[in-house]
Design a binder for this molecule. Structure first.
Ligand code: SAM
Length: 275
């Protein structure tokens, strides 16, 4: 007989905007679990969590660890996951809260859930409203129209990636593009120029791209700056900036596949028109 260990973990997202983007299920875990362990930058969300949680542990100061010699962002994330896990191992029901969706470009939740399960604890994730969800709504872009590629900016830079210029490309974290040491939360003009040079293998420097920053509270204004790709290195980017690259080429039909599909339809006695 397996004995279920005491202590459990749920990872929830608080959404991008405090008002209205918290799901009812995330709210109920936040209010009812023994402890909320959170890494949320928005001051209003932070204050609200502190007010409603039975016990509250804020992880924001852990980012300071990156300044210590020999430590980088990965160590910070590991320490955050370890704090979540040690609360759970002490027998508590832990709700780990992150802004946006807790599992989108958010490795801490994935690490903590995998480790908790490997140790025999119950652990799961509840989805939240991510930056991508806000982007789709604010920019009026449907990822289904031309298809969508989504990747981290530095990963795009340092690995060979095949870009489909007939689809949308979303680059996350351009504000820390090229920062290989994982110690700073910023980029610079030279690194951004390298990003642009790589993108210029697939896109013209005149291609229009969008710098997107969703407003995270009622006092902020959403940033939707349409710029030339070639001008990117001189733009001010923040940690929250997302780079949106609309398609540069139109979709081309794959006639051989259309013919195969029509041949099958004809064999079945159906009449089919190519889309
Ligand atoms: C570590 S990821 C966290 C993503 C978050 N978990 C989510 O669900 O959206 C940080 C990146 O998300 C994007 N991001 C975060 N906040 C944003 C905002 N307010 N507007 C646009 N993009 C944002 C940016 O690309 C940023 O570099």
């Amino acid at each position: 007989m397996t004995i279920q260990k005491q202590g459990s973990l749920v990872c929830v997202g608080t959404g991008m905007r405090m008002a209205g983007q918290l799901t009812p299920i995330a709210q109920s875990y936040i209010e009812s679990f023994d402890v909320v362990v959170a890494a949320v930058p928005n001051i209003f969300t932070h204050k609200w969590l502190q007010g409603v949680a039975k016990e509250y542990i804020c992880l924001n100061s852990y980012y300071e660890d990156m300044k210590i010699d020999g430590k980088n962002r990965r160590d910070t994330y590991r320490r955050m996951a370890d704090t979540i896990l040690s609360e759970m191992r002490s027998g508590k029901r832990v709700c780990a809260a992150f802004y946006g969706h807790p599992g989108i470009f958010a490795c801490i939740s994935h690490m903590a859930i995998a480790d908790a399960r490997a140790e025999g604890y119950q652990a799961h994730m509840e989805p939240g409203i991510s930056a991508l969800d806000c982007l789709v709504a604010d920019l009026g872009i449907d990822p289904g129209t031309y298809g969508m590629q989504s990747m981290e900016s530095t990963q795009f830079m340092i690995y060979h990636r095949t870009i489909d210029t007939t689809a949308l490309l979303i680059l996350w974290q351009p504000g820390i593009a090229g920062e290989l040491a994982l110690k700073k939360l910023e980029t610079n003009e030279e690194y951004l120029q390298i990003l642009v040079n790589k993108l210029a293998r697939s896109y013209s420097l005149d291609h229009e791209v969008i710098l997107y920053e969703a407003a995270t509270d009622p006092l902020e204004k959403t940033r939707i700056d349409k710029i030339r790709l070639g001008d990117l290195p001189r733009m001010k980017l923040k940690q929250i900036t997302t780079l949106v690259i609309p398609p540069a080429k139109t979709l081309e039909r794959d006639q051989s596949i259309i013919d195969e599909l029509n041949a099958i339809a004809a064999q079945r006695g159906q009449v089919q028109q190519a889309a």
